[in-house]
Design a binder for this molecule. Structure first.
Ligand code: SF4
Length: 432
């Protein structure tokens, strides 16, 4: 039975226009009503070339619902090609044109000889949320834009991780993953954010392999790349945060790429020496500041819930209460995600709840005995709960309304230290 969702943690699939906006000089064209565009045009930036508030839209209304919106779409795309200087035009269809039966794919086919490429992704909100919408946009790119290349480029690796814009740390995380992979002597290739974009999209099919760092988002895209272009992929489900996971990540990526283990171990040793130098310097704080309960909870998408649970258990020695995954993980991926939460050090396992209903999951957290003031990592929706529980609290997940994240990241050795800084900056306020 349909039910009302309290405190949404994601948007409708059409918010995947942010995936397009994260590609410099790619332009989303919405085939949707003005309400969709108004709701989805956020203020959290783009790749920098187009304002996230400016994009062509067919603005369909009653007339198109009755007579169809195909001619309106034709006209809008033709005009966008004339007046907006982009390198890639991505038409995104919302609920209304899909329901009234517009053949948008056919209209877009009429632009196949246009001066610039025009592709099309069907991402109506009734089909799913923006985590799935992101996949559908990538699939459109793979199926309609990418071309095979005769030769692979040695050492070139495509990296896929996180949801552009929706994940507040998406860009910083991607850049840190690039740096880590580069230290293995490989050449990272990403398509989102500053100085990447179309030129890097052209290199996707030349990569030796795809590296997916995500529990489930992006899996169908790397599988499609393998199917269509024969590019193998490494699925690494845990976003590496802190020394334990980052060293494991480097070893897994290095082994998959055939990097000399001696090279990988040298990178790991150098980073760990520096990482533990900092940990030792501040060990007093971590060991003596016992005001924080040993038990914690993360309320976020599968990517962060898993990554932070592993970090807090394996690196910080905390113990997980039930963790909450709020991205509406498709049922076919839930078992695998549940298993990842069992791969914690010392045989520790975390129970996982898949729930997007804020009221229900917060009620469960309220009824959990944390044996002290808990640590809660979540979104701004958790603010009231945190106040009531006198918890230590860090916002790490959409929606975040009281933090500005520009290129911050929690990935890697540096990311682990940054997370410790952020958590203990909160903990210390209890005394000061
Ligand atoms: S759910 Fe459909 S109608 Fe609503 S904003 Fe998304 S695409 Fe538009």
């Amino acid at each position: 039975m349909a039910k009302i969702l309290d405190q949404p943690r994601y948007k409708c699939a059409m918010a995947a226009m942010q995936t397009v906006q994260a590609i410099t000089r790619a332009l989303p064209i919405l085939h949707a009503g003005p309400g969709c565009a108004e709701k989805l045009g956020g203020s959290i930036g783009s790749s920098g070339y187009f304002s996230p508030h400016i994009f062509p839209c067919t603005n369909i209304s009653e007339k198109e619902v009755i007579f169809g919106g195909e001619s309106r779409l034709q006209e809008t795309v033709a005009n966008a090609l004339k007046v907006v200087d982009a390198d890639l035009y991505v038409v995104l269809t919302g609920c209304t044109p899909e329901i009234v039966g517009d053949d948008s794919a056919e209209i877009i086919r009429t632009f196949q000889n246009a001066a610039k490429p025009v592709i099309f992704a069907s991402i109506p909100g009734f089909k799913g949320n923006n985590y799935l919408g992101h996949e559908w946009v990538l699939q459109a790119l793979i199926e309609q834009y990418l071309k095979p290349v005769p030769d692979k480029i040695k050492g070139l690796v495509n990296i896929w991780a996180g949801l552009p814009m929706h994940d507040p740390f998406w860009l910083g995380n991607l850049r840190e993953l690039e740096r880590l992979v580069a230290e293995l002597g490989l050449t990272p290739n990403t398509i989102f954010g500053h100085d990447r974009g179309i030129a890097n999209i052209a290199k996707i099919t030349a990569a030796e392999f795809n590296l997916l760092v995500s529990p489930w988002v992006g899996l169908s895209s790397v599988r499609l790349l393998q199917e269509q272009f024969g590019t193998p992929y490494l699925h690494y489900p845990t976003m590496p945060v802190g020394a334990s996971e980052t060293s494991k990540f480097l070893r897994a990526a290095g082994a998959f790429a055939g990097v000399d283990p001696g090279v990988t171990e040298a990178v790991v040793a150098r980073h760990e020496a520096e990482y533990y130098y900092y940990i030792e310097r501040f060990a007093d704080i971590f060991l003596e500041t016992r005001v924080m309960a040993k038990r914690f909870v993360v309320v976020s998408d599968a990517q962060y819930a898993l990554a932070f649970t592993k970090f807090l258990v394996n690196d910080l020695g905390l113990f997980p209460a039930k963790q909450y995954v709020t991205d509406d993980t498709p049922v076919e991926h839930q078992e695998a995600v549940r298993e990842y939460f069992k791969e914690l050090n010392h045989g520790i396992q975390a129970e996982v709840g898949f729930s997007s209903d804020g009221q229900q999951l917060q009620e469960e957290i309220r009824n959990t005995d944390f044996h002290g003031y808990p640590l809660i990592l979540g979104s701004s929706w958790e603010k009231k709960l945190v106040r009531d529980l006198k918890a230590h609290y860090l916002t790490i997940s959409w929606p975040i309304i009281e933090r500005l994240v520009i290129n911050g990241s929690y990935v890697g050795y540096h990311g682990g230290l940054k997370l410790l800084e952020d958590i203990y900056s909160v903990v210390l306020t209890r005394f000061n």
